[in-house]
Design a protein around this ligand. Structure first.
Ligand SMILES: *Cc1c(COP(=O)(O)O)cnc(C)c1O
Length: 376
């Protein structure tokens, strides 16, 4: 049994070959020469590509180290999410979604409803989706939720959904496969945006769907082939290269996020502080029960008194960029209400902790909070 740090540096790599690089370069071909055999592994570039195959094998090893799993890579997290929903749901089906998940889920809901699918929603906290599960065909979970950082009990919800004949998908973007393994917890699909912490450098858009069920994997793959939401070979190669440092990044970012959350607890200008790794957080007991020890993600959220106060804070930070997204090696923070999509207060900050030294980051946040309080 190898550890994650050992696994990530070799995941998906071919056997070493003399005078070849450890990770072969991206393959850009659209069509492949066929040796008179239409059943071979590679024929046309929208269907399969050797660079994807290696990345998909690597992600499958991380999401499901103990049992074989099938992974299908996509051009973005949204391409992966919609691939599961639209490949599995038919008119007349019922889908249950979180109402505090990724900000595009309401747009997805509208689209599903236009196809005759009934959509019910409930919050992530307290496993509230249990209450609307009867008759459902598919249950969608996002835990920890983004940006509210609530956690639901995947095992409990998956068991309840399976009792009712429903499939279960978990958006694993925030935790990454090194922080949480939804398939081990009973989910049928683990789905994620690779744009965030998985690749971590803010230079790639990517998504994936992982499942142990070959028939489900086939239907997701057929969806990708049909809509053509394929990842670029260069993006796939960059993503694979980034996986080697995933264990280091996940550990450092989680430690930094906890240090930041602990420092913010001391402040009387901060309210609504949330981080699943904080022992006092309402999500903590459930996070401990299903996430990997000490790997509760890189996101800390909190609220400053008002919009102007939050803007002064962001402007006073010197080590942290005012930028959206999360999971990158450089810390970022943003006033989430500027997008208008999430139900958050005007002073709500979503803070993504990078790999900087935690002491430097905490010192910078403290001076920026002091400056914002002085009105500077
Ligand atoms: C960013 C994000 C997505 C969408 O991913 P893209 O790669 O931007 O399409 C989905 N779910 C969560 C939780 C995210 O943070």
């Amino acid at each position: 049994m190898t550890g994650d740090g050992t696994r990530v540096v070799r995941a998906g790599l071919p056997e070493p070959a003399a005078y070849e690089p450890a990770l072969p370069g991206p393959v850009f071909a659209a069509h492949f020469h066929l040796p008179g055999d239409a059943e071979g592994p590679y024929s046309y570039g929208r269907v399969s590509n050797p660079t994807w195959t290696r990345l998909e094998a690597a992600i499958g090893e991380l999401e499901s180290p103990d049992e074989p799993a099938h992974t299908v890579a996509f051009a973005s997290g949204m391409a992966a999410i919609t691939a599961v929903l639209f490949s599995q749901l038919r008119a007349g089906d019922v889908a249950v979604l979180p109402n505090d998940g990724y900000q595009l889920l309401p747009a997805v809901r509208t689209r599903l409803e236009s196809y005759g699918i009934e959509v019910r929603t409930a919050p992530t906290a307290h496993d509230a989706q249990l209450g609307v599960l009867d008759g459902a065909r598919l249950l969608w979970l996002e835990t920890p939720s983004n940006p509210g950082l609530d956690v639901c009990d995947i095992r409990r919800l998956a068991a309840a959904a399976h009792d009712r004949g429903a499939l279960v998908a978990v958006d694993n973007t925030l935790a990454t496969p090194l922080g949480q393994r939804p398939l081990d917890l009973g989910a049928d699909f683990s789905v994620a945006s690779g744009t965030k912490a998985l690749t971590g450098h803010g230079d790639v858009l990517l998504g994936y769907v992982c499942t142990r069920d070959a028939a489900l994997a086939d239907s997701v793959q057929l969806w990708r082939k049909t809509v053509g939401a394929i990842p670029g070979p260069m993006e796939s190669w960059l993503a694979h290269r980034s996986l080697a440092t995933l264990a280091l990044r996940v550990r450092q970012q989680a430690a930094g996020a906890l240090a930041l959350a602990e420092a913010l607890r001391e402040r009387d200008d901060v309210t609504g502080l949330r981080h699943p790794g904080l022992p006092s957080d309402p999500s903590h007991p459930r996070a401990v029960a299903q996430m990997r020890p000490g790997r509760f993600g890189c996101v800390v959220s909190f609220t400053l008194p008002d919009k102007a106060h939050a803007e002064r804070f962001l402007a006073a930070l010197t080590l942290v960029d005012d930028a959206t997204s999360f999971g990158g090696v450089r810390s970022t923070a943003e006033r989430r209400a500027r997008w208008g999509g999430d139900a958050v207060p005007e002073g709500f900050i979503r803070f993504s902790v990078g790999v900087e030294d935690p002491d430097d980051l905490v010192a910078d946040v403290r001076q920026a909070l002091d400056a914002a309080r002085r009105g500077a």
